[in-house]
Design a protein around this ligand. Structure first.
Ligand SMILES: [Mg+2]
Ligand SMILES: [Zn+2]
Length: 189
């Protein structure tokens, strides 16, 4: 009998405020500033065998604030900077829709994760979502993954002003992506 291919666990990482500075609409590649700890953190996930994927809402496209080519340029720059430090992301997913379009991919809906699960043989229940907004935690919950909130970007304010009304807390609150990765790597596989 053929052995079923083993599914990987994934780490889905938000972009703005988690991998790079939150600058509002990143409408030009010159606004991209990756946090200095990101490459080393992602390299550890790469080495541990996790699929690493970026999942980002970019409604600025639908709103006409900047063209889709900007997303491509930012992705290229991010990949270059990671490659120089021996790290990589396995895939990058964007939702370019406005919330009024009711698509299935805008976070906290799970469309991007469902797609990644199929394309990269990832098991969502063994996976993690890391982000600076509570919608990233809702995304994790909707996908039955674990959610880690980072205090970079909007995170500190999310914790300070909204934690009391969260329907359920994040599985972990980390100072930044590096500490989030520390926590992930301590979890039993
Ligand atoms: Mg964010
Ligand atoms: Zn969408």
């Amino acid at each position: 009998m053929a052995e079923r291919p083993r599914l990987r666990a994934g780490v889905f990482v938000d972009r703005d405020g988690t991998l790079c500075e939150e600058v509002g609409y990143m409408n030009h590649v010159s606004r991209f500033r990756m946090f200095p700890f990101v490459a080393a953190a992602l390299r550890r996930l790469n080495q541990a065998g996790y699929a690493v994927m970026v999942v980002s809402n970019q409604s600025g496209i639908a709103r006409g604030y900047f063209p889709e080519s900007v997303l491509e340029e930012v992705t290229q720059r991010m990949k270059q900077q990671l490659a120089q430090a021996g790290a990589k992301v396995d895939a990058v997913y964007y939702c370019a829709h406005a919330s009024s379009e009711n698509c299935t991919c805008r976070k906290p809906k799970t469309g991007m994760l469902d797609c990644a699960a199929r394309e990269h043989a990832v098991e969502l229940q063994r996976s993690f979502v890391v982000g600076d907004r509570y919608i990233d935690i809702e995304l994790a919950r909707n996908a039955r993954a674990r959610g880690i909130l980072v205090r970079t970007g909007y995170g500190e304010g999310e914790v300070a002003w909204h934690a009391a009304k969260w329907p359920a807390p994040p599985d972990f609150v980390a100072s930044d992506l590096a500490q989030a990765v520390d926590w992930i790597l301590r979890q039993p596989r």
